[in-house]
Design a protein around this ligand. Structure first.
Ligand SMILES: Cc1cc2nc3c(=O)[nH]c(=O)nc-3n(C[C@H](O)[C@H](O)[C@H](O)COP(=O)(O)OP(=O)(O)OC[C@H]3O[C@@H](n4cnc5c(N)ncnc54)[C@H](O)[C@@H]3O)c2cc1C
Length: 410
């Protein structure tokens, strides 16, 4: 009987893609998973941390907890280089991990498209720490505003009208209309929430009717929506538009773009745009034992365009790459990855959401409940599910939000 040796697989990044790959590989490979954090972040709910709807630890799940009852090794650290000849990856702890296959799943980072001031004067939302920062900044400005008894106003802007920007603007508005109004109504009524989008409509990846509905719902919540409004520069307390007009913005949240994680460039892998160049099999171009999945991978759909940077792509690719590595091990032919698009959704506020699955479109309460159920389903860990549901029920029934603490580093 031939002896089947278990291939050594190192996976860089324990997000949606990396974890899916690790779990699918566990039965037939020796897997080491590497991440700079010891927890996985459930990004789709970060905006609720930023707007005091959820406690930060509800959206973070310990990686070691996710790997219990498996033989998967975990290392907290970052890759600093790859020795391609010896198939070794070096971590910042100086540990060197040998591999037969390397899966790169490092995700994405905020893209500023070269717009001046984004890094200095706006707040990104790609991590739990950044979400806590946004919450602290909003609450700190609110505390400032509470000192004034005159007409002083506070403008909070969200740049980017995709799902993250829409969800953020809607949740900010509900924070102001509910808890902050109960805390100090005089200050709350002087807060403006603005959503700025360069293109002609919000949620450009949805059908135009859902974009219009989203804009109407946001406006009903008091959000000022600016479409066809491109940002030229962000400065302290102001956003300068391409038209030359500037608008006040004491807090600016940048939700306008993502790019492949720049740390991949340290690994000397081929890059296309900002992502790793790959074959339809998900193998990295010219490196058949390297694979890239999720946001960092330059996978294209049947229309020749990059696949969207969303969790289902990463999870499907994670499971798929495990199958590919198994095929290599068993000397079978590789196949091309095909993304199964199961639809898109975005929530706008209490009983307000949009869902699009093929030709099916849902709005209002049914879409909102579908959104709640799906996010709860995919959230990792029983504790996180129960606590998230508890926070949601509390928020829903009391119109309050208990996580309004200023808890960033001072
Ligand atoms: C605010 C926000 C909201 C979103 N909402 C949705 C949504 O509603 N629905 C949806 O489908 N998608 C959503 N997305 C997109 C979705 O989160 C990503 O597409 C998905 O996380 C990609 O999975 P991934 O495995 O490629 O990367 P990630 O899940 O980002 O995982 C990458 C991992 O790599 C690690 N890492 C990165 N750099 C290093 C390094 N140098 N060293 C070590 N480790 C490193 C990170 O810590 C992370 O754990 C949202 C994203 C954001 C930012």
């Amino acid at each position: 009987m031939p002896v089947i040796t278990r291939p050594k697989v190192v996976i860089l990044g324990a997000g949606f893609g990396g974890l899916a790959a690790a779990r699918s590989l566990a039965d037939f490979a020796e897997v080491t998973l590497v991440d700079r954090h010891n927890f996985q972040t459930f990004m789709p709910l970060l905006y609720q941390v930023a707007t005091a709807g959820l406690a930060a630890d509800h959206v973070a799940y310990p990686i070691r907890g996710a790997l219990r009852k498996t033989n998967i090794e975990f290392r907290m650290g970052s890759p600093i280089s790859i020795d391609h000849r010896n198939k070794e990856v070096k971590l910042d702890s100086s540990e060197v991990l040998k591999f037969d296959h390397l899966v790169v799943a490092l995700g994405s980072a905020t893209a500023d498209f070269g717009i001046k001031g984004v890094a200095e004067y706006s707040l990104g939302m790609k991590s739990v720490a950044e979400a806590i920062n946004i919450r602290a900044e909003v609450m700190r400005r609110f505390e400032d505003l509470c000192r004034f008894k005159d007409e002083t106003r506070l403008s909070i802007s969200v740049v980017g009208g995709g799902p993250t920007g829409v969800e953020m603007a809607g949740a900010l508005s509900e924070l102001v209309r509910g808890p902050l109004t109960s805390d100090q109504a005089q200050a709350a009524k002087h807060i403006d929430i603005q959503l700025i989008e360069a293109g002609p409509r919000l949620l450009p990846s949805f059908s135009p009717s859902l974009s219009s509905r989203t804009q109407r719902d946001l406006e009903k919540l008091g959000v000022k929506v600016f479409t066809n409004t491109a940002v030229q520069e962000i400065t302290a307390r102001k956003i300068l538009l391409k038209t030359g007009v500037s608008i006040p913005s004491e807090v600016t949240v940048w939700a306008a773009g993502v790019q492949g994680q720049p740390s991949a460039q340290n690994l000397s892998l081929p890059i296309v745009g900002t992502r790793i160049e790959i074959e339809p099999t998900l193998q990295v171009k010219n490196y058949p034992e390297y694979w890239a999945i999720g946001d960092i991978a330059g996978a294209k759909g049947s229309d020749g365009r990059f696949l969207p940077m969303v969790a289902p792509v990463a999870m499907q690719q994670g499971a798929f790459v495990a199958g590919q590595i198994k095929r290599v091990t068993e000397d079978k032919e590789l196949i091309a990855f095909k993304y199964k698009n199961k639809g898109s959704m975005a929530t706008i506020g209490r009983q307000k959401a949009v869902v699009e699955v093929g030709k099916i479109r849902l709005v209002g309460a049914p879409a909102w409940f579908a959104w709640l159920f799906l996010h709860l389903f995919y959230l990792l860990g029983g504790r996180n599910k129960v606590l998230t549901m508890t926070d949601w029920m509390w928020n829903y029934l009391t119109f309050d939000r208990g996580n309004r603490h200023i808890m960033d580093s001072e």
